[in-house]
Design a protein around this ligand. Structure first.
Ligand SMILES: Cc1ncc(COP(=O)(O)O)c(CNc2co[nH]c2=O)c1O
Length: 398
């Protein structure tokens, strides 16, 4: 049996989405910017897709949604656009973000630091969540942007976006949230949360890889990252990947409907809890950050005495796909940065396994995965020259 439990890394394209995309490769293949029928033939479904995207995040008609290649491009377009507009060509000097953002945010901020921008990386508490009050404490007259993720890709922890949005609005500071791990898992509403910029990737909610979006509230501008043609009203040059845009629109509709979100909170959360609680029956296991306030599909568990990478290999040998955290970090044996941010000790930071479910996982698959994981832990602990049962030491490690 094969069981895919790495949906925070990427998801399977929903077959309904795949069917929706097909015509735009060999039938409606015109360039949408061409005036003839072959180009104009793409417009109805592109407009429908755009409407689905607006509905999915409750964007107002007068707001903008720019189609990009992925969340990484969207995030860079926001952070570097603010840099050009508010810092290079304005009187701002400072950006606020958190210590547990995805590398797309952190690396963009590190680049700005290399260009002389002051960046505050707010710490998280022992539950891995940032306190909204910390944003208020660090906002200054010269703050150009606050960028805080909606949900963390490794722990699933949900951040206080509504409160942070209120603080930023009161201070007159633009607020960006990276909602890549929130869309399709929890309700995302840009009107209810005072978000000014929001970024996402279709492949996180059963859409195709290689397409994402940037939400820009009316009245907020961004100097484009990419210059060239007049696509997206000049906000993002380059011929639009019509098939992927249409796929992303339908994927957004399917993933954010009230029924879909109820299914996440109900069935998928139940399967996640079943998987998690079965693993916690193994001695010296801890849910990193605790169980509260998480996306319903994610668990990051530390298993003392079992190196995360060794665990992944063992699981893979038995048909189970998982990760130790962000795929872009999974090539090296560096300690998990999110776990480091919690202040966990180095041993713990190497023992995390992330399991992330989707609506395509079944109860039978979860039962199989539980069995595989329990056998892997027993085998790997038995092979370890350094592991000795010491239940008290693991609890104090966090
Ligand atoms: C919160 C968050 N932001 C941005 C990105 C970047 O998305 P992309 O541009 O489509 O790659 C990811 C991808 N996160 C992961 C990719 O692999 N494992 C992960 O957890 C993410 O989880």
């Amino acid at each position: 049996m094969e069981v895919y439990l790495d949906n925070n890394a990427t998801t399977m394209v929903d077959p309904k989405v795949f069917e929706e995309m097909k015509p735009f490769f060999i039938e409606k293949y015109g360039n949408p910017n061409s005036l003839h029928r072959f180009g104009a033939g793409t417009h109805p479904k592109m407009l429908e897709a755009l409407n689905y995207l607006y509905e999915g995040i409750n964007a107002a008609d007068e707001d903008d949604i720019v189609i990009t290649a992925n969340a990484t491009e969207s995030i860079n377009s926001v952070i570097k656009g603010i840099w050009v507009d508010k810092i290079l060509n304005g009187d701002k000097k400072h950006i606020i973000t958190s210590e547990v953002e995805h590398p797309a945010v952190t690396a963009a901020c590190k680049f700005l630091e290399s260009q002389g921008v002051a960046v505050t990386y707010l710490p998280v508490n022992e539950q891995g969540v940032l306190e909204a009050s910390a944003v208020k404490e660090y906002i200054k007259e010269d703050t150009a942007l606050v960028s805080i993720m909606w949900a963390n890709n490794e722990t699933g922890k949900i951040f206080p976006i509504k409160e942070i949005g209120q603080i930023c609005k009161a201070a007159g500071v633009p607020f960006h949230t990276d909602a890549t791990q929130a869309i399709g898992k929890v309700k995302v509403d840009v009107q209810d949360t005072n978000v000014d910029y929001l970024t996402f990737s279709a492949h996180k909610f059963h859409g195709p890889k290689g397409v994402g979006g940037t939400y820009i509230r009316k009245g907020y501008t961004l100097t484009p990252l990419l210059h060239g043609g007049e696509q997206m009203g000049g906000l993002r040059a380059g011929t639009v990947d019509v098939a992927s845009m249409v796929g992303m629109g339908l994927a957004m509709k399917l993933a954010t409907s009230p029924i879909a979100l109820a299914h996440e909170e109900g069935h998928i959360k139940r399967l996640r809890d079943k998987l998690e609680n079965a693993i916690l029956e193994i001695p010296e296991t801890i849910v990193i950050g605790g169980k509260e306030n998480r996306t319903p599909n994610t668990t990051l568990i530390s298993i003392r005495g079992v190196e995360g990478e060794s665990m992944l290999w063992d699981l893979n040998q038995n048909g189970v796909g998982a990760s130790t955290g962000s795929a872009c970090a999974s090539e090296d044996l560096e300690a998990n940065p999110v776990m480091n941010a919690f202040g966990s000790d180095s041993e713990l930071a190497h023992t995390g396994v992330r399991l992330s479910l989707s609506r395509f996982n079944t109860e039978e698959q979860i039962d199989y995965a539980i069995n595989v994981i329990k056998n892997a832990v027993e085998r790997l602990r038995g092979l370890s020259s350094s592991y000795a049962y010491a239940p008290e030491s693991h609890k104090s490690a966090l």
